[in-house]
Design a protein around this ligand. Structure first.
Ligand SMILES: Cc1cc2nc3c(=O)[nH]c(=O)nc-3n(C[C@H](O)[C@H](O)[C@H](O)COP(=O)(O)OP(=O)(O)OC[C@H]3O[C@@H](n4cnc5c(N)ncnc54)[C@H](O)[C@@H]3O)c2cc1C
Length: 599
C-alpha cells in the first residue's frame, strides 16, 4: 500500500538552490517573502498533505461518490479535509487581499500544489477549479459581481466550476448550444445542458458558482458568438447569503476509470439567472484565463501523481526479494536479493526519477515566470515572462501528463503482478493519471496550440526566446567539467530544434495539414528539450555544491547520475520525435475512411 511523504529535500533543492525563490522575490521588492516564510509554508504544507489529505486518497478511490436525488455526497474524510484546508488559511494563500486573500504570489504555491496533487489529486480538483474561477471573475467580472461573489469564493465558503463542454461540443466549442436570453434587468436566463462538469454538484460548500459558456440570441455563429456567464446554484439574498435555488440541477454523475472521488456531472440549467462576465461574444477569450490556469494545474496533477508513483516504486524495489544480483548475492543471508539490484529495474526507477525531479524544476520554473509576469517592475521583462509562460503552458500540460502515464505505468511494471491487482494501490495511480492527457484540452490540442499558435503564430519569436534562455544556462553551467558534456549535448539539440522548426514552417506554408501531422511529436521534442534544460541546471548546481564540499554529497551525486541517465537514455528520444515530425502529413492522410476500415 502506498503512503505519501512530501519530498521536501528535493523541493528545497529546487526552490532554494536551483531557482532561488527568495532572491527572485527580493528582486521585486518582496523582502517579506524570505526563506523563513517559504520554509514555513513548505513544512506546514507537507504536514497537511501527508497527515490530512493523503489518508483520504485510497478511501476516495474505493468508496467513490454517492448520487441520490440530484445530490452528490463526497467520500468519508473529504469534507473534514476541506474544512481544515479553509480554516487553516491554505485556500486563501494566493488570492488577492482585496477579496480576503493573503497575496502570496502563485509561483511559489506550485510547490504546495504538487504536494496536494500527490496527496489526493481528486480532492485537489474541488479547490483548484474554484481558484481558476475566482481568477477569471477577478480579471473579467464587473465590480458588483466581484464584490458579491469573490469574498466567499476566496474563503472557500462557495466553490466554482467551469462549464464549457456539451454532449456535441467537446474540443469544438464553436458548436455549443446553451442559450442566454436577456431578462431586461441586466441579467440573463441561461438554458442548456453541460456534460463532464467537475464538481458541478457536491456537499463540500453551501453554494456553487458556475462559469457557463452560452450564446446570446443575436450571437454570430462559431466561437465569435460565445459569451461567459456567472450562474450560481443558489441566488444570494440581499445580505449576500445563500438564497433561493436558481434552476440549476445535476442530472447524473459519470462512472469513471479513475479520480473516483471527483464528481463529473451532467448539469442542467433551466432559465437559471446569470450575469455576463466580460463583453458579449467575447466569452471564450475570458474563459482562457481559467483554462490557462487550469492547464498548468493539470500539468501539476501529472507531476504530483508521478511523484507518488515513484515513491511507491522505490519502496517496493527495496523490499521485494527476487533473484540475485548478476555480480553475486548482495544479501546472502536472505532467500534472494531485492529487485533494485537488477539493471532493468534500475532503468525503470531512474527513468521515473529523471522525469519526476526534472518535471519539478519545469513546474516551479514556470511558476517563477508567472510571478515575474505580474511582479517585475520592468514592463518589457513582464511581457517576456508572459510570452514564456504562454509557450511553456502546453508543454507543462501536455508533456508532464504524458510523462505521468509513463511513470505510473512503470510503477505498475516495477510491482510486477502485484502492480496489476488492487491491493497495492499502484494501479489507482495509473487510472487517476489517465484523465490528465484528456481534459483541459486533449494533449493533441495542446500540441496544436504549441506548434500552430505559440511557434508559428509568433513567427518563431517565442521559440527563439526559449532557445535564448536555454543557451544562457548552457553558457553558465557549460564551464563546469562535470556537466560540460551535457551542456554541449543540449546545445546540439537546440540547433536540431531550430532546424526542425524551420523545416516544419516551410512545409506548413505549402500544406496546413503538416502542422497537425507534426504537432504531437513536436510537443514531445520540445518537452525533452525543456527537461534537458532543467536537468542541466540541476546538475550544474549539484556539481557546484559538490565542488564546494557542502554536506549532503550523496544527494548531489545522485543528481549527477540522474542527469546522465536523462541525457544518455531519455533525451535521445528527440531523434525519433524529430524523424516522426518530419515524415509529414502525406502518409497520415493517404487512406480514405473506408480504406482505413478494411480488415
Ligand atoms: C473526468 C472529466 C472531467 C472533466 N471536467 C470538465 C469540466 O469541469 N468542465 C468542462 O467544461 N469540461 C470538462 N471535461 C471535458 C473535457 O475537457 C473534454 O472531454 C475534452 O476537452 C475533450 O473533449 P471530448 O471528450 O468531447 O473529445 P473530442 O473533442 O470528441 O475529441 C476526441 C478525439 O479527437 C481529437 N480531436 C478533436 N478535435 C480535434 C482537432 N480539431 N484536431 C485534432 N484532434 C482533434 C481529440 O484530441 C481526441 O483525441 C471533463 C472530462 C472528463 C472526462
Amino acid at each position: 500500500m502506498y503512503s505519501y511523504r512530501a519530498p521536501l529535500r528535493d523541493i528545497r533543492f529546487v526552490v532554494h538552490d536551483v531557482l532561488d525563490f527568495e532572491d527572485h522575490y527580493r528582486s521585486f521588492g518582496r523582502e517579506d517573502l524570505n526563506r523563513d516564510l517559504l520554509e514555513g509554508i513548505l513544512e506546514e504544507g507537507a504536514r497537511f498533505a501527508e497527515d490530512v489529505l493523503a489518508p483520504t486518497n485510497r478511501i476516495g478511490d474505493e468508496h467513490g461518490l454517492k448520487f441520490e436525488d440530484g445530490k452528490v455526497s463526497t467520500p468519508p474524510g473529504f469534507k473534514e479535509a476541506y474544512d481544515r484546508y479553509c480554516q487553516d488559511g491554505w485556500i486563501t494563500m494566493t488570492s488577492d487581499p482585496q477579496w480576503g486573500g493573503q497575496g502570496l504570489p502563485g509561483g511559489f504555491s506550485l510547490a504546495f500544489g504538487e504536494m496536494l496533487c500527490a496527496g489526493n489529486m481528486a480532492w485537489k480538483m474541488y479547490s483548484g477549479l474554484t481558484e481558476s474561477a475566482s481568477l477569471t471573475l477577478a480579471a473579467h467580472g464587473t465590480d458588483e459581481l466581484k464584490s458579491r461573489y469573490l469574498p466567499k469564493m476566496v474563503s472557500g465558503e462557495w466553490s466554482g466550476t467551469m462549464c464549457l463542454t456539451e454532449a456535441q461540443a467537446g474540443t469544438d466549442l464553436s458548436i455549443l448550444r446553451s442559450k442566454a436570453e436577456p431578462r431586461g434587468d441586466g441579467s440573463y436566463a441561461i438554458t442548456g445542458t453541460k456534460v463532464f462538469i467537475t464538481a458541478g454538484e457536491h456537499d463540500l460548500t453551501s453554494n456553487i458558482i458556475h462559469l457557463v459558456l452560452a450564446r446570446l440570441p443575436d450571437a454570430p455563429p462559431g466561437t465569435k458568438g460565445i459569451s461567459l456567464f456567472l450562474v450560481p446554484k443558489f441566488l444570494p439574498d440581499a445580505q449576500g447569503n445563500v438564497g433561493p435555488a436558481n434552476g440549476v440541477s445535476c442530472g447524473s454523475i459519470e462512472h469513471k476509470m479513475g479520480i473516483h472521488a471527483s464528481p463529473t456531472c451532467v448539469m442542467h440549467f433551466n432559465e437559471s439567472v446569470g450575469w455576463l462576465v466580460g463583453k458579449a461574444n467575447a466569452g471564450l477569450a475570458c474563459m482562457f484565463t481559467m483554462m490557462n490556469h487550469a492547464r498548468l494545474g493539470v500539468g501539476l496533477q501529472g507531476q504530483g501523481v508521478s511523484e507518488l508513483a515513484w515513491q511507491t516504486s522505490i519502496a517496493y524495489a527495496n523490499d521485494r526479494l527476487q533473484g540475485r544480483a548478476m555480480t553475486g548475492a548482495k544479501m546472502p543471508g536472505k532467500a534472494a536479493d531485492p529487485i533494485i539490484v537488477h539493471p532493468d529495474v534500475r532503468r525503470m526507477l531512474l527513468t521515473q526519477k529523471a522525469f519526476v525531479e526534472g518535471g519539478r524544476v519545469l513546474c516551479f520554473l514556470t511558476g517563477r515566470e508567472i510571478d515575474s509576469s505580474h511582479l517585475n517592475p520592468d514592463k518589457a521583462a513582464r511581457e517576456r515572462s508572459k510570452d514564456l509562460v504562454a509557450f511553456l503552458t502546453p508543454i507543462v500540460k501536455g508533456f508532464l501528463t504524458d510523462v505521468a502515464m509513463e511513470v505510473t505505468s512503470l510503477a505498475v511494471q516495477i510491482h510486477g503482478g502485484a502492480g496489476f491487482i488492487r491491493e497495492t494501490g499502484v494501479e489507482q495511480l495509473m487510472r487517476d493519471a489517465r484523465i490528465t492527457p484528456i481534459y483541459e484540452g486533449t494533449n493533441g490540442i495542446q500540441a496544436l496550440d504549441l506548434l500552430g499558435r505559440k511557434v508559428f503564430g509568433t513567427a518563431g519569436k517565442s521559440q527563439q526566446m526559449m532557445v535564448g534562455r536555454i543557451r544562457e544556462a548552457i553558457t553558465k553551467f557549460g564551464v563546469l567539467p562535470e556537466v560540460a558534456p551535457l551542456a554541449a549535448d543540449l546545445g546540439r539539440r537546440l540547433d536540431q530544434w531550430n532546424q526542425l522548426t524551420l523545416e516544419l514552417g516551410q512545409a506548413a506554408m505549402k500544406n496546413p495539414e503538416e502542422v497537425g501531422a507534426a504537432a504531437s511529436d513536436y510537443l514531445q521534442f520540445a518537452g525533452y528539450i525543456c527537461l534537458g534544460w532543467c536537468w542541466l541546471a540541476a546538475a550544474g548546481v549539484a556539481a557546484k555544491k559538490l565542488a564546494a564540499g557542502e554536506p549532503g554529497a550523496d544527494f548531489y551525486k545522485a543528481k549527477l547520475v540522474t542527469a546522465q541517465h536523462f541525457f544518455g537514455r531519455l533525451l535521445p528520444r528527440c531523434d525519433a520525435h524529430a524523424a516522426a515530425a518530419r515524415s509529414g502529413a502525406g502518409g497520415l492522410m493517404a487512406l480514405s475512411a473506408e480504406q482505413f476500415a478494411i480488415a
